[in-house]
Design a protein around this ligand. Structure first.
Ligand SMILES: Nc1ncnc2c1ncn2[C@@H]1O[C@H](COP(=O)(O)OP(=O)(O)O)[C@@H](O)[C@H]1O
Ligand SMILES: [Mg+2]
Length: 259
């Protein structure tokens, strides 16, 4: 069973950036195989990871729904979907990436959406760790069949309002009855040390503060150069903090390559 880490938080707080850094940190800490899942319809995780996506699951689904006649080779639609999803997983020496793209609408597409869920769940089984970057809301997580998020990282910007939004998202997790074993708050893009007012807001949120990620000039440089976060120097401040957080929160990592 893959250990699943999901990212949540309002738009622009740094979910995608943190997700990419988590993928890298997991590998640096000895995770065997990592599947990154871009579950935000406005996909950007591939850019943060520095790879290109040929086809998203949404596009594969659309193709399947359009093909009235039998799928190639007389395969069942289930088998064809599973085959296509595996075929379009982006493979990289450090991680694989699956981009979900836009989901089909509600109602008559239930069948397709269930099929997608089943295929993604079975794909995930083949990895030691799964990192899911999500849209700002938590709809995607609530639509999952297997509710097996081991760690939910709620990312906030360094503002009181941001921390309260993170708290509300955490409350929403309970309302939606999403199965999450552990959840943490991360405050991202902190320029100096954490302001005491933010520290207090974090304490009041009821969420455990896992880490405070600094604003990192190297990330800004990567963004401007259009390169992925695997090009960040290994000792860059944000990556160093994310590596520390992951070592603390994810069990059974060897930590063999940490210096
Ligand atoms: N710690 C950081 N230091 C510097 N820039 C950051 C940091 N975290 C995020 N950014 C930048 O902020 C912007 C938004 O981040 P992103 O991860 O796309 O947010 P989200 O996925 O929550 O919408 C991006 O341009 C990203 O490069
Ligand atoms: Mg994002």
């Amino acid at each position: 069973m893959a250990f699943t880490i999901a990212l949540a938080g309002k738009g622009g707080t740094g979910k995608t950036t943190t997700a990419a850094l988590v993928v890298r940190a997991l590998r640096e800490l000895g995770a065997a195989t990592v599947l990154a899942v871009d579950a935000d319809p406005n996909s950007t995780l591939h850019e943060a990871l520095g790879v290109e996506v040929e086809r998203s699951v949404g596009e594969i689904t659309e193709e399947m729904l359009k093909s009235v006649e039998a799928t190639p080779g007389g395969m069942s639609k289930d088998a064809w979907m599973e085959y296509s999803i595996q075929r379009y997983v982006v493979e990289n020496p450090e991680f694989d990436l699956l981009s979900m793209g836009r989901p089909e609408g509600a109602g008559c597409y239930c069948y397709a959406n269930n099929l997608v869920r089943g295929c993604v769940d079975s794909l995930s089984q083949g990895y030691s760790h799964v990192v899911m970057d999500n849209e700002a809301g938590l709809e995607h997580l609530s639509r999952r069949t297997t509710r097996d998020v081991d760690i939910l990282l709620i990312v906030s910007d360094p503002s009181i309002r941001g921390v309260r939004t993170a708290q509300r998202l955490s409350e929403l997790v309970d309302e939606l009855d999403i199965g999450v074993a552990a959840r943490y708050l991360i405050i991202n893009r902190v320029s100096t040390s954490l302001d005491p007012a933010l520290q207090e807001a974090a304490e009041q949120s009821g969420l455990e503060l896992l880490g405070v990620v600094p604003t990192d000039q190297e990330i800004i440089k990567c963004d401007l150069a259009g390169s992925g976060l695997f090009d960040l120097p290994r000792n860059s401040p944000a990556l160093t903090e994310v590596r520390r957080m992951i070592a603390a929160a994810v069990p059974a990592l060897t930590g063999s390559s940490v210096q």
